[in-house]
Design a protein around this ligand. Structure first.
Ligand SMILES: [Zn+2]
Ligand SMILES: [Zn+2]
Length: 206
């Protein structure tokens, strides 16, 4: 099948390529991708700043924001069901993951489809473990895409808001200002003192 792949760490390598079909055994639900979102994370991965290929490979299939259609009745899903899958796969051993908040994972030992060590969804066919769609709670992207399907834009940022935010963030990310190390738990690098020297220095909390 065809998929959108890139080589993490190497900018400019994103391309459409032939890849093996996803696993088709009984443990998976087979999906056809209808829509795959592209966000700032994808921009960073494609630029070579972010992302991890699956073990033993150079390429990663992109795409972590999925709207898909189930292509065969299985595991309680019916052909034609619209589904979204979770992105981050919990470490299952830290307090945050135990509490059902894998996005706040404390161990960092998680994988993420299309980002960290798992292929993403930007491919003709997708297969997914059934429990990644209905654990009794909605993943952030399930909520967002479900709302979109239902016509509710409340949680979406408008295009002009996104562009205004990038106008501020982009020069910071790619700007030429120097970086200074400082100790964790400290009040920051000594170089920061120079910023307020003219006005009498920082007001340190008592
Ligand atoms: Zn994203
Ligand atoms: Zn965790």
């Amino acid at each position: 099948m065809l998929a959108l792949v890139t080589e993490p760490g190497r900018g400019g390598t994103a391309r459409i390529a032939q890849v093996p079909d996803p696993p088709g055994d009984r443990g998976f639900v087979r999906l056809r991708a209808l829509e795959v979102g592209v966000c700032g994370t994808d921009r960073e991965i494609v630029a070579g700043h972010f992302g991890v290929a699956p073990r033993g490979r150079d390429t990663l299939v992109l795409g972590h924001e999925l709207l898909a259609e189930v292509i065969a009745d299985d595991h309680g899903f019916r052909r034609g069901d619209l589904v979204a899958a979770t992105v981050r796969r919990s470490c299952r051993r830290c307090a945050a993951c135990d509490a059902g908040s894998p996005d706040a994972c404390l161990s960092g030992a998680y994988t993420e489809r299309g980002i960290t060590a798992l292929d993403g969804f930007a491919s003709e066919l997708v297969s997914e473990r059934p429990e990644q769609g209905h654990e009794g709670r909605m993943d952030a992207y399930e909520r967002l895409l479900g709302d979109a399907v239902a016509g509710d834009a409340t949680l979406f940022a408008r295009q002009d808001v996104v562009e205004a935010a990038w106008a501020i963030v982009d020069p910071v990310i790619h700007g030429p200002s120097p970086m200074y190390d400082y100790a964790p738990g400290s009040w920051g690098p000594a170089e920061a003192d120079a910023l307020v020297a003219d006005v009498g220095g920082w007001n340190t909390p008592q």
